[in-house]
Write a protein that binds this ligand. Structure first.
Ligand code: FAD
Length: 175
C-alpha cells in the first residue's frame, strides 16, 4: 500500500493550500475530497481577497498587515485570477462614521500596506456621483473610494491544486 507523509481531507482552499505547501516542502501528499474540489464554501464565498479593512475597527493591526501582504502577493503572482476592484463607501447625513473617520481608517490601512499602489483611496467628486449605478444621492455627503481584490474562489482553489499536482502530489476526488 502506498504511504504518504501528509494526508489531507477536504479539497477546499485550505486543503488545497496545505497540499501545495506540503508538496513545495518536498513531502509526498494525498488530498481526499468526497464531492469535488471547491464544492463547499470555497465556491460560495464573497470572492474577495480582502486586505482586512474591517479588522481595523477591532484594532487587529497585525492581521490587517498580514491580509494586505497576502493580497499583494496574490495580485503579483496570480494576476489572471485576482484583480483589484474599486469599492465605494457612501456617507449620508445620518451615517455614523463621518468621511474624516473613514479616511483616517483608510490612511491607516494604506500605512499598514506600506502605501502600496493598491491601497490608494480618495473622495469621489460630486460631479462623478451620477456615474455610480444605483447610488441614492439624497442626503449624500460624500463618497469614498478604495480598492480591494476579487477572485473566482473555485478557480483559485483548482489553480492551487493544479500547482500542487505539478509538484507531484496525489488527489482523489472528482476534479
Ligand atoms: C458567505 C461567506 C462569504 C465569504 N466570503 C469570503 C471572502 O470574500 N473572502 C475570503 O477570503 N473568505 C471568505 N469566506 C470564508 C471562506 O469562504 C472560507 O474560509 C473557505 O472557503 C473555507 O475553506 P475550507 O477549505 O476550510 O472549507 P470548504 O471550502 O468548505 O472545503 C471543505 C471540503 O471538505 C470536503 N469534505 C468534508 N468532509 C469530507 C470528508 N469526510 N471526506 C472528504 N472530503 C470532505 C467538502 O466536500 C469540501 O469540499 C466566506 C465564507 C462565507 C460562508
Amino acid at each position: 500500500m502506498k504511504q504518504f507523509d501528509v494526508v489531507i481531507v477536504g479539497g477546499g482552499i485550505h486543503g488545497a493550500g496545505v497540499l501545495q505547501a506540503a508538496a513545495a516542502a518536498g513531502h509526498s501528499a494525498l488530498l481526499i475530497e468526497r464531492l469535488g474540489l471547491a464544492s463547499g464554501t470555497s465556491s460560495r464565498s464573497s470572492k474577495l481577497i480582502h486586505g482586512g479593512l474591517r479588522y481595523l475597527e477591532s484594532g487587529q493591526f497585525a492581521l490587517v498587515r498580514e491580509s494586505l501582504r497576502e493580497r499583494a502577493i496574490h495580485l503579483r503572482i496570480a494576476p489572471e485570477l485576482v484583480e483589484l476592484k474599486p469599492f465605494f463607501l457612501p456617507v449620508y447625513r445620518d451615517t455614523r462614521r463621518r468621511p474624516w473617520q473613514l479616511k483616517l481608517g483608510l490612511w491607516m490601512y494604506a500605512l499598514l500596506g506600506g502605501f502600496d499602489a493598491s491601497t490608494r483611496f480618495g473622495t469621489v467628486p460630486r460631479r462623478e456621483w451620477s456615474s455610480l449605478d444605483g447610488l441614492e444621492t439624497r442626503d449624500l455627503d460624500a463618497v469614498i473610494r478604495y480598492h480591494d481584490a476579487q477572485t473566482d474562489d473555485a478557480l483559485l482553489t483548482r489553480a492551487v491544486v493544479q500547482s500542487a499536482l505539478s509538484l507531484g502530489v496525489n488527489v482523489t476526488c472528482s476534479l
